[in-house]
Write a protein that binds this ligand. Structure first.
Ligand code: FAD
Length: 703
């Protein structure tokens, strides 16, 4: 029953988008008021469009309407509220946090921020029990000009030979660098704590150390204001448990010793829960289970934005059918009407995250991404609408320009990577039971680590090997990061020096593996029109599992086993069983042949097909087939924004009242939180200056 309900959500969403076409009257009305299909409206006069806007029945209104409650959304909402605006946050999921709550919490800011300054002196003003600083004071000496130069340095080359920083939008990054100091302070003011600065996160610049992990200190009970966390809320990796408080990937919250914070745990959940607590305390209101479908603008391509149309998108417990509820609920508006209109008196801020869940959008930058089995972001946590690109599409429909669509190209986490956690539909989440997202992941997956690849083969949808398995491990592209010389980057790094990009340096440090390309190549099973390659499978035997100590049991595999993990006494049976996978089109046709050939290679100690250096026969039943996730984590292209985080249209004009940032926006190559939090801070700061519409009559609530 629950499963059906969850499906219902997906169906309804599809239906919603289809209803736009159902009747000409509806089409004209919706299209004229929301910008949909105006080209198709042909001869209709502008006044018809205007008329329909006046017809809109608004259900709610607030000064600032924030879309999404991840890094951008929470920063923007709190900042706008701090500056005196009323704020309503719309979130499609049942809980707050987006990818931020799932992240590692490593936050690269800089420019002379308060954490860099703290570590220069070695002080510990919040009595977190920090160790001595991990970075020498001269490498913490920073300022916005240096940060801006670092963020646009054309000569920084990663281990795939790509100089990414050169593509960073200059106006945007000048503003970003001017706002990092204020953003770090803002985070501290909203109960976020940081460990010692421990380097610089991907894309954060080369010449100074700027990244620190968000932390909480372990104590008997959780107290956000005091920055302390109970073991129950942390979850217990030894007991193989997460908690409803912490959905974090890998072990629930890492230990703090390595980052100068012994007795603390780190993770995006410490940042997200702290900001959420603060936001609720400040009176920000949240409407969860609510997906923004369309942005309503005065005219399709002109005038200010007025509000959004949003639909009800609850998620249900797959066994009990109960609706999932947020961890905290103070400040929640429980609105269950199918579709409502929400008016923004001042501004709309799009913090809806990335687009990798949307095949039409993601194939704009790489046609191979048509493959439907690719894993995207943290699907079990965020649900079926995960990274659906809805903010980007809604912006495009009212004329927004895009930026940086090519910036996922060979990006270390924006382009396809193969995961070392196998046998689960959510190898990004790597979640234990205890958090609701496990209900959807069903299995944490088996972490085979780097060493495991020698003990199995990887086959495509027809059962043929694709690559030297020992060269597969993810993370083979490394960004250049501080300190110079780490991640195989140039040790004697001099900013903007051609030697950083010299062929000699690139030859010495090139370490990209093409395993993901091989996995996405066409094969005998690829069919028109897009010739997608299908899923890939790890094939191994009982002897491999015993040698490597793989835990072939719940919660690492599902109970009962699901479509993503299979066990059989013969290879022939195994080849049939994989058909249960939603994207496997036919049995693993060549599996028996492939394994026989591989076993011959193992007997002779030479892999004639892929030159794999270490071979183990696959001969001891039971045999196993586990899905290998090809995953897309970061999303780099999106709405074009200027130095105030305002969305810019295709003519280069600002769309009045519309803001965005983070993974919904483009123009910035940097990974994750640093990028998104500063954009949110900028958006919240400027949105409140928009001229306010006067209050209107609403059916439900004016905020
Ligand atoms: C496993 C993992 C580890 C990571 N570790 C780090 C790290 O250590 N450091 C780092 O810097 N970055 C890290 N990141 C990346 C970082 O979490 C993201 O880049 C960042 O959270 C993006 O912020 P955002 O606000 O753009 O999107 P998100 O944080 O994803 O928030 C988007 C929100 O919008 C909601 N939404 C989407 N569409 C709609 C709609 N139409 N209507 C209403 N709501 C909608 C989503 O449900 C979601 O809650 C990590 C990510 C993952 C998955």
């Amino acid at each position: 029953m629950g499963r059906n309900k969850d499906r219902k959500q997906e169906v309804r969403t599809t239906k919603n988008s289809k209803t736009k076409n159902i009747s000409r009257r509806d089409f004209v009305k919706a299209g004229a008021s929301t910008g949909i299909g105006a080209a198709a409206l042909g001869g209709l006069s502008q006044s018809a469009a205007q008329e329909s806007i006046t017809d809109i029945q608004w259900d709610y209104e607030a000064d600032v309407v924030v879309l999404g409650s991840g890094a951008v959304g929470m920063a923007a909402a709190i900042r706008a509220k701090d500056l005196g605006s009323s704020v309503l946050v719309i979130e499609q999921n049942y809980d707050i946090g987006g990818k931020m709550v799932h992240s590692g919490g490593r936050t690269s800011l800089g420019g002379g921020d308060v954490i860099q300054e703290r570590d220069k002196t070695g002080s510990d003003p919040e009595s977190l029990g920090l160790t001595d600083p991990l970075i020498p004071p001269e490498d913490l000496e920073d300022d916005p000009d240096r940060l801006f130069r670092d963020m646009t340095d054309w000569s920084v080359v990663d281990t795939s030979g790509v100089a990414r920083y050169r593509y960073n939008d200059r106006e945007l990054h000048r503003a970003w660098a001017n706002n990092t100091v204020a953003t770090r302070q803002f985070l501290l003011d909203n109960y976020v704590r940081f460990a010692r600065v421990d380097g610089t996160h991907n894309g954060g610049g080369m010449t100074r150390a700027r990244a620190a992990r968000a932390i909480m200190k372990m104590a008997d009970k959780t107290d956000i204001k005091a920055g302390i966390l109970s073991p129950q809320d942390r979850g217990d990796p030894d007991a193989e448990l997460n908690s409803p408080f912490n959905p974090m990937f890998s072990t629930p919250g890492g230990p703090g010793e390595r980052i100068g914070a012994p007795g603390c745990v780190y993770g995006g959940f410490t940042m997200s829960r702290s900001m959420e607590f603060s936001a609720r305390e400040k009176g920000i209101l949240f409407m969860l289970n609510r997906h923004m479908d369309e942005i309503i603008r005065e005219q399709q391509f002109s005038g200010r934005v007025l509000g959004v149309k949003a639909s009800y998108t609850p998620r249900f417990h797959p066994d009990t059918g109960e609706r999932l509820e947020s961890y905290w609920n103070n400040g929640n508006i429980d609105e269950r009407t199918e579709t409502i209109n929400i008016r923004a008196r001042k501004a709309i801020i799009i913090g809806t995250g990335g687009m990798h869940g949307n095949i039409n959008l993601r194939t704009m930058m790489d046609p191979r991404l048509s493959e439907p089995s690719l894993e995207v972001g943290t699907s079990s946590l965020i649900g079926p609408l995960n990274m659906d690109g809805s903010g980007i599409v809604a912006g495009m429909k009212i004329g927004a320009n895009l930026a940086g669509m090519m910036q996922n190209y060979q990006h270390y986490s924006g382009s396809p990577r193969i995961s070392s956690t196998i046998g689960t539909r959510d190898s990004v989440g790597r979640i234990y039971p205890g958090h609701p997202s496990f209900l959807f992941a069903k299995a944490r997956g088996i972490d085979i680590r780097r060493s495991g690849w020698a003990h199995l083969i990887v086959v495509n949808q027809i059962g043929s090997r694709i690559y030297d398995e020992t060269k597969i491990p993810a993370g083979n592209i490394e960004n250049a990061t501080y300190p110079p010389g780490s991640s195989n980057t140039r040790e004697d790094f001099v900013p903007e020096d051609w030697r950083n990009t010299s062929v000699k340096h690139i030859k010495e440090n090139y370490s990209r593996s093409s395993a993901a390309d091989a996995a996405m190549a066409m094969n005998e099973g690829s069919e028109p029109p897009d010739y997608s390659p299908g899923p890939i499978w790890a094939i191994f035997d009982a002897a491999a599992a015993a040698r490597e100590g793989w835990k072939i049991r719940y919660p690492f595999i599902a109970n009962p086993p699901d479509e993503y993990f299979h066990q059989a006494d013969t290879l022939a049976e195994l080849a049939e069983m994989v058909m249960a996978h939603p994207h496997q089109k036919f049995p693993l046709k060549y599996l028996e042949e492939t394994v026989a050939r591989y076993n011959q290679f193992a007997d002779h100690g030479i892999d004639e097909d892929f030159e794999k250096p270490s071979l183990h026969k696959i001969a001891t039943p039971p045999f196993y087939a586990a899905t290998v996730g090809i995953r897309l984590l970061d999303s780099n292209g999106g709405l074009r924004i200027n130095g105030k985080a305002q969305v810019v249209d295709i003519q280069g004009e600002v769309i009045p009242g519309l803001y965005s940032g983070g993974e919904a926006s483009g123009g910035g190559e940097m990974h994750g939180l640093g990028r998104a939090l500063v954009h949110g801070y900028m958006a919240g700061s400027h949105a409140i200056d928009e001229p306010a519409l006067t209050k209107t009559t609403v059916t439900k609530r004016s905020i």
